[in-house]
Write a protein that binds this ligand. Structure first.
Ligand SMILES: *Cc1c(COP(=O)(O)O)cnc(C)c1O
Length: 362
């Protein structure tokens, strides 16, 4: 076996041995009947998001396939978080790294990519795929292509993947097998891994995927149409895509909820008051959908649990989601959702807001 490859795999394994798992945080909802909410806190990875897991898997996949060798330039299309984590691993292996990112990507993430020795190449959101492919071929490098490879590079049966970790951490809880796991989708890799693991272990758990405003995943779920496209880019960094990504497997999904962006932002503010922490926009989308599910479950009066996720922290979005002027400029009105969330927290009443939230269950 090639000595460089051996050393590269060894370095990634050593990095893994130095790492620890992320926490599963229990969130109190006093009026939610007997339903408990847990959040898998993926913001505590050293590179700040759940993409740490994906980056590690994509590097191992590329190395073992022979696509990544000594000196290979790594190229990726990303809305930011994947690029931050991949830049980390490229630096660990001494490889050049180029991220092709949408022009509006947060300053924080661009700085982090640079911090880990990567460079950013800015294009319009819809062009990241073609441009990354072009650059990789021009430089004789390797296009990681997370949107295609996320679901296949991840060891879905185990190897301490996110699903195995969640079910392990739930073991001593009053309802150890969650009724639902609620996540959102960017590549769709996380939902595929969790969906497959649930089936593999024959758990009674169901999988719900939340989708933000400017994204085609929900309509794809509804219609099965893989050719859907939108020109608008998602306001929620990390999730919501303009095309149906190959990595998103909707056959594994039991329910989807279309969450308006304003509801996600209201949820972020609200969550800060309960857990004392700021989270990113996708977490707001996940948690709003999780509360919708909890409200339905609470009616049955049976004890149960729901697991959702903190995908990244809020410090990356102080200029946007946590900035009142930005919200007003973009025309987001949080009030109806803030009222809804407050009523649920204080009195256990979840009022349906007509027409805004769409739900599809299969
Ligand atoms: C990538 C990402 C997600 C979605 O995860 P996928 O496995 O790619 O579907 C959610 N939130 C954030 C912040 C992300 O970066």
């Amino acid at each position: 076996m090639n000595a460089w490859l051996k050393k590269a795999l060894y370095r990634i394994e050593a990095d893994y041995q130095r790492s620890s798992d992320t926490h599963l945080v229990r969130v109190g909802f006093p009026q939610a009947g007997k339903v408990s909410l847990y959040l898998k806190d993926e913001s505590t990875h050293p590179t700040g998001s759940l993409k740490r897991r994906l980056a590690r898997s994509l590097f191992l996949y590329g190395l073992c396939n022979g696509d990544i060798r000594d000196g290979t330039t790594i190229v990726e299309s990303s809305s930011g978080n994947t690029a931050v984590s991949e830049a980390y691993f490229a630096q660990l292996l001494g490889l050049p790294f180029i991220a092709v990112v949408p022009a509006g990507t947060s300053r924080e993430k661009v700085d982090k990519i640079g911090f880990y020795g990567g460079t950013c190449h800015f294009v319009a959101g819809s062009q990241i795929y073609a441009e990354a492919e072009r650059l990789a071929s021009e430089l004789n490098g390797h296009y990681m292509d997370q949107f295609t490879n996320a679901e296949r590079a991840t060891d879905w049966r185990g190897n301490n993947n996110i699903a195995e970790s969640i079910f392990q951490q739930m073991k001593y809880e009053p309802s150890p097998v969650p009724s639902w796991v609620v996540v959102s989708a960017g590549t769709g890799g996380t939902s595929s891994t969790i969906g497959r693991f649930i089936r593999y272990k024959s758990y009674a758990t169901r999988l719900c995927v939340a989708d933000p405003s400017n994204s085609v995943f929900f309509d794809h779920y509804l219609t099965g149409d893989k050719s859907l496209r939108t020109d608008q880019s998602s306001n929620i960094e990390g999730i919501g895509r303009p095309r149906v990504e190959p990595s998103f497997n909707c056959a594994l999904v039991d329910k989807m909820i279309k969450v308006p962006d304003a509801a996600a932002f209201a949820t972020l503010r609200f969550l800060e008051g309960i857990i004392g922490r700021r989270c990113g926009g996708s977490t707001g989308t996940n948690v709003y959908a999780a509360l919708q599910v909890i409200a339905e479950l609470a009616e049955s009066g049976k004890p149960s649990s729901i697991v959702s996720m903190i995908c990244d922290g809020g410090e990356r979005y102080l200029d946007t989601y946590y900035n009142d002027a930005w919200l007003a400029e973009q025309g987001f009105n949080l009030q109806p959702y803030t009222d809804q969330l407050t009523a649920f927290y204080e009195r256990g009443v979840w009022s349906e807001l007509s027409g805004e939230v769409r739900i599809c269950e299969k």
